[in-house]
Design a protein around this ligand. Structure first.
Ligand code: 5GP
Length: 126
């Protein structure tokens, strides 16, 4: 079943400039901005500018240029926020919640970049 993108989702509105955001980084294919309810000292969302619901949708249908632009944006956010271990940062976690099991709230692909503190184990035991 194909994905059905909702152009009224909140991140589509941010991309159209209808809702303000605190931009951390932007390129031709991606926008990175601070999460409105940060769960860690560093909590940045990176979204593609194209209409993709989730990561598997993007991975299967985005162009090579979109995938490169999005991935480079993640790298730039890590550099800008200083979370890279190679530069003395504590490290970070990248999360892409998807669908019901992933508890995805906004149906536009976004990765969370979390850092600035030790984040604990990845998933709580069942
Ligand atoms: P999800 O559960 O879909 O992975 O996470 C969605 C994230 O989007 C949440 O962490 C939430 O705080 C963030 N968020 C929701 N609405 C807005 C908004 O209008 N602006 C910003 N900057 N973040 C938002």
């Amino acid at each position: 079943m194909a994905y059905d993108y909702d152009p009224q989702n909140i991140f589509a509105k941010i991309l159209r400039g209808e809702i303000p955001n605190k931009t951390v980084y932007e390129n031709d294919h991606a926008l990175a901005f601070e999460d409105i309810q940060p769960a860690a000292p560093v909590h940045v969302l990176v979204i593609p500018k194209g209409p993709y619901v989730c990561y598997d949708h993007f991975a299967q249908e985005a162009s090579d240029a979109e995938i490169i632009g999005f991935t480079r944006a993640i790298g730039e956010v890590c550099r800008i926020t200083g979370v890279q271990p190679s530069e003395g940062g504590l490290g970070f976690r990248v999360i892409a919640n998807t669908g019901q099991a992933g508890v995805q709230e906004v149906p536009h692909l976004h990765v969370h970049i979390l850092g600035g503190r030790v984040l604990g184990r990845m998933v709580a035991p069942a």
